[in-house]
Design a protein around this ligand. Structure first.
Ligand code: SF4
Ligand code: SF4
Length: 267
């Protein structure tokens, strides 16, 4: 499982100025992000069944527990077609792509999928309509269990801004663990891999910058905390991201204001 979160790392997403915790996605990007959630986390039966009326319309019928099948039936051509639970994720994405809902419904779908606040509105320039989605990182409290640094995949998480930061600080010891890939204008895929052992060329399972806390035997610390990669700064991106990737930190209650009617996070 990767540390990256597909919301934050959508290539074309934009943040609200002055508030990096809100990102804006066009409807097509939002549907892509929903599809990535389904793909990343696999079947989520309760979520899928909760989304069915929003995506398939009120004419769909969800099988009750005492029926001999499980899934959703969809009213089409004057009859009900059955979609079994194991096919439901694919089916919901297919319908989202071929028959997109209105923006408010899409915001509601995103809220259920990402389990965070969402709102329909316009981008910062006020020209493109889409969905604002809020991360929950600002309320996260890490318990320093070190689990994420031992088990999650950080290999493709290094960005150009990380490289600049380490070069500016003269951290050749960190840069020694970065492997450049796919140089050239036509290159595709991630430009860097971390953390590649300079002696063996292998990527260790546990991050080389993780160390036990001197004062707490059961806690761990990042020895490059101040300059660690963005992918580590942005983990976990939401409560769901934490839960689905085995993070045992917690999210404190927040007191952020709710949006007003013009749906602009800056208002
Ligand atoms: S750089 Fe720091 S936060 Fe990131 S995986 Fe390594 S020890 Fe963990
Ligand atoms: S609480 Fe979460 S973010 Fe903190 S070290 Fe553990 S897994 Fe990583």
């Amino acid at each position: 499982m990767t540390r990256k979160h597909f919301l934050k790392h959508h290539p074309e997403q934009t943040s609200a100025a002055g508030d990096p915790h809100w990102i804006f996605l066009t409807p097509a990007q939002a549907v892509d992000a929903v599809a990535l959630d389904f793909q990343t986390y696999g079947p989520q039966p309760d979520l899928f069944r909760g989304l069915a009326p929003l995506i398939l319309g009120t004419q769909c019928r969800i099988a009750s527990p005492d029926e001999t099948w499980s899934g959703v039936s969809v009213f089409r051509k004057n009859t009900f077609d059955r979609v079994e639970n194991h096919q439901l994720g694919f089916y919901l994405i297919h319908v989202l792509e071929t028959d997109p809902p209105n923006l408010n419904t899409l915001a509601d779908i995103c809220r259920q999928v990402f389990q965070t606040r969402t709102v329909a509105g316009y981008d910062r320039a006020g020209t493109i309509s889409g969905i604002w989605i809020r991360s929950q990182m600002d309320s996260f409290i890490c318990c320093q269990c070190g689990q994420c640094c031992r088990t999650l995949d950080y290999e493709t998480g290094c960005e150009e801004s990380d490289i600049r930061r380490w070069r500016n600080r003269g951290r050749t010891d960190i840069l020694a663990w970065v492997q450049q890939r796919n140089a050239g204008p036509s290159a595709s895929g991630p430009a860097y891999r971390i953390w590649v052992d300079p002696d063996t060329g292998e990527i260790p399972q546990t991050c080389p910058w993780l160390a036990p806390c001197p004062d707490h035997a059961d806690r761990f610390m990042c020895t490059i905390h101040e300059i660690k990669p963005e992918v580590c700064r942005e983990y976990p991106y939401t409560t769901k991201h934490a839960v689905m990737t085995g993070c045992s930190g917690r999210f404190a209650a927040r007191t952020n204001h709710l949006f007003t009617k013009n749906h602009d996070p800056e208002e």
